[in-house]
Design a protein around this ligand. Structure first.
Ligand code: BTN
Length: 233
């Protein structure tokens, strides 16, 4: 059973969750921070995360005593499981943890560490039918995919429960079974990718969660940063 802390408005659910962890206040297991409105959402690599009231879902899961580098990939599997049950469209994961439909993004995940715990921030485009100009070419929503309107808090509960279930199923480790499942869903595998000015073909996921890319010269392990996939974004 998740412990959902609901906020009307917050700068960022990740920032709030990190402050809560730093305060040392005892937290119930499966604590999730959910906000109806987020005013300064943060994305990966220092980017801004755009959200708009009930058109978007913003939440952060607190995972205590967690250090394994593969956690963010396991969380993507949990989000994938939940979202793929909500729409008929085939969804995929773009490494490390974007959930995509076709060549557009429906969900982003920002994982941050606090001491030995992790905060996993999940942003889902729920009921949006338009996006700011700079992201319109690469964003879609559950509403655009299904024609249905989704209740943010209900989706939050479903997605959080699914993520915690995946973490338990694999005992929080990126074991071979989890890597196999992730790899089968990963849009990068077998595709031409670009990272840090280099090009190559993504071939596999390492057990530490990094993406193995075969370049002209050698095999590289990419553990951080932007990896663009040819034909996606
Ligand atoms: C990304 O794709 O760059 C990650 C986006 C993560 C956005 C979510 S929304 C809830 C949580 N709070 C934040 O400030 N960011 C994450």
């Amino acid at each position: 059973m998740i412990n959902l802390i609901c906020l009307d408005k917050v700068n960022s659910t990740n920032t709030y969750a990190k402050a809560l962890l730093k305060s040392g206040e005892p937290l119930k297991p499966y604590t999730v921070i959910y906000a109806k409105e987020q005013t300064a959402g943060r994305g990966r690599l220092g980017r801004t995360w755009h959200s708009k009231g009930s058109d978007s879902l913003c939440m952060s899961l607190i995972i205590p005593s967690y250090q394994h580098s593969g956690i963010t990939l396991l969380c993507a599997l949990g989000v994938y499981d939940a979202l793929s049950k909500m729409c008929d469209t085939e969804l995929k994961i773009k490494w490390p943890n974007d959930i995509i439909a076709g060549n557009k993004k429906i969900c982003g995940i920002l994982t941050e560490g606090v001491n030995s715990s992790a905060v996993v921030g999940i942003g889902i485009n729920l009921n949006c039918i338009s996006f700011p100009e700079d992201i319109a070419y690469k964003a879609t929503s559950l509403k655009l995919l299904t024609g249905k309107v989704f209740a943010p808090m209900e989706v939050a509960k479903t997605v959080a429960t699914s993520v915690f279930a995946v973490l338990e199923q694999y005992h929080g480790e990126l074991i071979a079974e989890a890597i196999n499942k992730y790899s089968a869903l990963c849009a990068n595998i077998g595709a031409e990718v670009e990272f840090g000015g280099k090009k190559g073909i993504a071939t596999a996921i390492h057990k530490d969660g990094s993406l193995i890319v075969s370049t002209e010269d050698n095999e590289e392990s990419v553990s951080f940063g932007e990896v663009t996939v040819s034909g996606i974004y």
